[in-house]
Design a binder for this molecule. Structure first.
Ligand code: ADP
Ligand code: ZN
Length: 214
């Protein structure tokens, strides 16, 4: 029986940061659809090239591209114990597809990280990521020890192209329209828990540990 967590919430609610912490804690593979897309982009694969124009605009990448990447990740032996999903599913049709991949005896819990738009815009515009290992920083709340350099690997910290204010606003709109309906979808299945996404990482993790007692 696998244990799976789906992290749901607007861009900037902390899905990536919380996801990597939970992945460490529980030894479950973290699958981030955004990271998968960015890897493809870096490598210049056909899917990456097709995805780029959507990502640059803050729009969703077509389901067929994302679903193929996620399904491939999920078939890896590393997923034998379960997965933590960050950024997937993002539409009702992706959710239906994921339902078909999970086995009926698998445990699935959805954590909805909630935060308001002003908070999210602030957090995303001050976010920096390591160019080589992907670790996430915040210029004010979680600054690196040495300016511009990753604590873990010494890599260069960069701002994601889509972390500029006008693109952030667009991502939030797309989220409200296409992704937010998943809240009701999972609430109806009685597997959804709401956790504040604007608190300290430690508090968020403790809250999740109280909800998911594995
Ligand atoms: P965030 O959640 O902060 O917006 P992500 O790294 O998850 O950042 O996503 C970045 C971009 O990648 C999105 O704006 C979208 O273009 C694309 N993307 C990521 N996941 C999906 C998905 N499940 N379906 C469609 N597009 C996606
Ligand atoms: Zn790094």
């Amino acid at each position: 029986m696998k244990k799976n967590i789906i992290l749901l919430g607007p861009p900037g609610a902390g899905k990536g940061t919380v996801g990597s912490k939970l992945s460490e804690l529980w030894g479950l593979l973290l699958i981030s659809s955004g990271d998968l897309l960015r890897e493809h982009l870096k490598k210049g694969t056909d899917s990456g090239i097709r995805a780029k124009k959507y990502m640059d605009r803050g729009e969703l990448v077509p389901d067929d591209i994302v679903v193929a990447m996620v399904a491939k990740e999920m078939s890896k032996p590393l997923c034998a114990r379960g997965v933590i999903m960050d950024g997937f599913p993002r539409t009702l049709s992706q959710a239906a597809m994921l339902d078909r991949i999970f086995d009926s005896e698998d445990e699935v819990r959805v954590i909805y990280l909630e935060a308001d738009d002003d908070f999210l815009v602030n957090r995303l515009s001050l976010r920096r990521v390591c160019d080589s290992c992907g670790k996430i920083y915040h210029l004010v709340n979680l600054p690196p020890k040495r300016e511009g350099l990753c604590d873990l690997c010494g890599g260069k910290l960069v701002q994601r192209d889509d972390d500029r204010e006008e693109i952030i606003r667009r991502r939030l709109e797309v989220y409200r329209k296409l992704t937010a309906p998943l809240i009701e979808y999972y609430r109806d299945k009685e597997i959804l828990s709401v956790v504040p996404g604007n608190g300290r990482l430690e508090d968020t993790i403790n809250e999740i540990k109280k909800i998911v007692k594995w």
